[in-house]
Design a protein around this ligand. Structure first.
Ligand SMILES: [Fe+2]
Length: 331
């Protein structure tokens, strides 16, 4: 005779079989949801970017609650000699919050600075070392297990699988050479710019699609090895629907369809991203997805509470009346 309680049996049954309602069977992928997990998620802090005043917001508006983890979704700080801005950011955040801090990089985080590094060196050498030194968790190299959840993260990058805003006229050779061209109705060139990433990321001998594939090969492997319920975070977008309407956001430099396929295929319960500074909160397949969209006139962050009736809470702070600009310094 089984010694298991009816609650145990009910829990196992719902995990394995899903929930039977009438003739339909709904697999309850988020069965582990019952275990509480509360995460604070920032993205695009751009620390020490003169046009971004997230620094004082992080300092003054830090939520007075307990969290299981703080996640940073990339573009965490601007380039600086020896990545000093990044060290300062982690140092500061550790003083403000007691939970584990985990991060992915963003494209600004791999902009070259003194001393010179390629994107790969930064992603797979400099940031893992920084994480070790600072006692924070770098999701590009290892997953983070918290309670019954596994958090898997990646910078993402881009592979030109998203169309240019004017796909008919924008040629692949323009995309490959970092040119963003917009056209008038009559087909004349309205505006031509070069992506900052093209100028500032040291790609070494690799191409953007090759780097993206290498990053996503590793990400997919980590997703496959997730032990708990899957939660994912990236800097770049998993789908063009997460972007805003501007030509700059809806571009081949915004993300990768393969990233989206990975998180959908492996049933991520929640996905968070940033990069285009456009807010999006909705379903992506079965995934509850948010583009945090912080930047410009708004500093925005997300609180995920898996046991709350409203699981995803978004908090926006207007820049209409910002606190005096200030920069983090070592205390
Ligand atoms: Fe970005």
């Amino acid at each position: 005779m089984s010694s298991h309680s009816s609650a145990w049996i009910e829990h196992r049954t719902s995990n394995i079989l899903g929930e039977i309602r009438g003739s339909s069977v709904q697999i309850r992928v988020g069965a582990f949801d019952r275990k509480k997990m509360k995460a604070l998620i920032f993205s695009d802090l751009h620390l020490n970017n003169p046009r971004w005043r997230s620094g004082p917001y992080v300092d003054t508006l830090f939520p007075e609650e307990d969290f299981d983890v703080l996640l940073l979704g990339g573009d965490n700080a601007e380039p600086s000699p020896n990545r000093e801005n990044h060290y300062r950011l982690f140092d500061h955040l550790q003083r403000k919050i007691r939970c584990p801090i985990a991060f992915v990089a963003g494209n600004h985080d791999i902009w070259d600075s003194d001393p010179s590094h390629t994107a790969e060196e930064l992603l797979f050498g400099v940031y893992p070392e920084m994480a070790m030194k600072m006692g924070v968790h770098y999701l590009e190299t290892t997953n983070l297990d918290i309670k019954n959840w596994t958090i898997v993260g990646t910078y993402g990058h881009y592979d030109y699988s998203f169309p240019a805003v004017d796909d008919d006229r924008q040629k692949m050779k323009d995309v490959e050479t970092g040119r963003l061209i917009t056209f008038t109705e009559s087909g004349k060139v309205k505006r031509e710019r070069t992506y900052q990433d093209f100028l500032k990321i040291n790609m070494g001998k690799t191409t953007n699609p090759d780097l993206c594939n290498k990053i996503l090969d590793r990400f997919e492997m980590r997703v496959r090895h997730a032990r708990g319920s899957l939660m994912t975070i990236s800097h770049t977008l998993p789908d063009i629907s997460f972007a805003g309407t501007s030509a700059e956001a809806r571009s081949p430099y915004s993300g990768s369809k393969r990233l989206g396929e990975i998180i959908k295929t492996h049933w991520s319960a929640y996905h968070f991203c940033g990069h285009t500074h456009h807010y999006f909160n909705g379903k992506f397949g079965s995934v509850d997805a948010v583009n945090i969209g912080s930047g410009g006139d708004t500093f925005r962050y997300v609180i995920l509470d898996t046991t709350s009736s409203k699981k995803i809470k978004t908090i926006s702070c207007s820049m209409d009346n910002p606190p005096r600009d200030m920069r983090f310094s070592r205390e």
